[in-house]
Design a protein around this ligand. Structure first.
Ligand code: 5GP
Ligand code: MN
Length: 333
């Protein structure tokens, strides 16, 4: 049942068989979804919808504002109780492990067959009905693109927009070292079939609120350069969010700005949040080339990719900084 492949050229037959043979399907991805997570979900949902299946996209955090322009075949569900039916299959996308889906869907995942379709390193192949984990894929969107083609659904309309968002998000707009020929080939196909890339990028990028602009200004001002400039760290505290009137998701993407500094080898964004009445801090780590931040995140219960990883620590941002620092310094010491 389980398949791990280096080259993602062939979709495992059990993945296609499961998708073809079930009529009520939930498609989900990690909580706090990024462009790849939500774009992949919506692209697969559109494909299943056009095959006449009942499909719902589930994400316990819903669709983030910056992706709200993407169309969905039906409203995205944030509570398992709000599903109109008991699903026959749950397709779990872009989750390095099962817990990434969040807590709300876990009971349903215990009793319904699951597919694990992902591109994170060390994915434990948790799908009970099949797993397809391809760490060399730049985005889960690559795998979804292949699935959609195997299902015989055209790469057009809202499906195409969602797939483009998935591919362009995880490749840094096709510029990171992870960008594969397949990601580019799929994008070429989308373009050939009529995708208006300029219009899409307008919606994707030129959509800031003033609050977000002010937040980024404050974050730039407050960035700490440590270790002779090799480490840049920015802190998103609850106070700065309140003072600028911005939302937590407005800090999405800021960590990439820190990596622009010529001296920086590791960029760190620390976002404070509250969980069950306690302060927690989401750490986003970025590096370049052979410097791996994934192992650092993994030591704190997180994960990700060599150059982009994250973890949630049960402490405030200052404490998280202290906890992470020796592990980060180990890269150059
Ligand atoms: P970001 O920092 O943008 O949230 O995430 C960067 C990469 O690390 C993404 O591929 C994301 O899926 C992964 N990642 C972020 N947070 C976690 C986490 O808590 N656990 C795991 N396993 N992966 C994470
Ligand atoms: Mn991804």
């Amino acid at each position: 049942m389980m398949t791990e492949m280096k080259a993602p050229e062939a979709v495992p037959s059990e993945i296609l068989e499961a998708l073809r043979s079930h009529e009520r399907v939930v498609v989900t991805a990690h909580a706090h979804p990024d462009g790849d997570a939500m774009g992949s979900c919506l692209a697969l949902a559109w494909a299943l919808h056009s095959l006449g299946k009942e499909v719902r996209v589930f994400n316990e955090d819903g669709v983030p504002g910056f992706l709200s322009f993407l169309d969905s075949p039906s409203p995205v569900v944030t509570d398992a109780e709000a599903l109109p039916w008991e699903p026959e299959l749950i397709a779990v996308l872009d989750c390095g492990d099962r817990a990434r889906v969040g807590e709300k869907l876990q009971p349903l995942m215990d009793r319904v067959p699951t597919l694990d379709i992902d591109h994170h390193l060390a994915n434990p192949l948790f799908g009970s009905a099949g797993s397809w984990a391809v760490p060399s894929a730049s985005a889960t969107g690559e795998l979804v693109g292949l699935i959609v083609q195997e299902l015989g659904v055209p790469l057009q309309g809202p499906l195409a927009e969602a797939l483009y968002v998935a591919l362009s998000s995880d490749t840094g707009n096709f510029s990171y070292g992870n960008t594969t020929p397949l990601a580019l080939r799929l994008t070429a196909l989308l373009r050939e079939q009529g995708l208006d890339i300029a219009a899409l990028r307008e919606k994707l990028e030129n959509n800031w609120s003033e609050a977000k602009l002010r937040l980024w200004g404050r974050l730039m001002d407050g960035t700490r350069l440590l270790e002779d400039g090799r480490l840049a760290a920015a802190f998103v505290t609850r106070a700065v969010l309140a003072e600028t009137g911005s939302r937590r998701e407005d800090a999405e993407g800021f960590v990439e700005q820190l990596r622009r500094l010529s001296t920086v080898r590791v960029a760190l964004l620390l976002r404070e949040d509250e969980k069950d009445g306690k302060v927690v801090t989401k750490a986003s780590l970025r590096s370049s080339g052979d410097d791996s931040v994934r192992d650092i995140a993994a030591q704190f219960g997180g994960g990700g990719h060599k150059n982009a990883a994250g973890a949630t620590l049960g402490m405030d941002a200052e404490q998280a900084m202290e906890a992470l620092l020796p592990h980060i310094c180990a890269i150059w010491n």
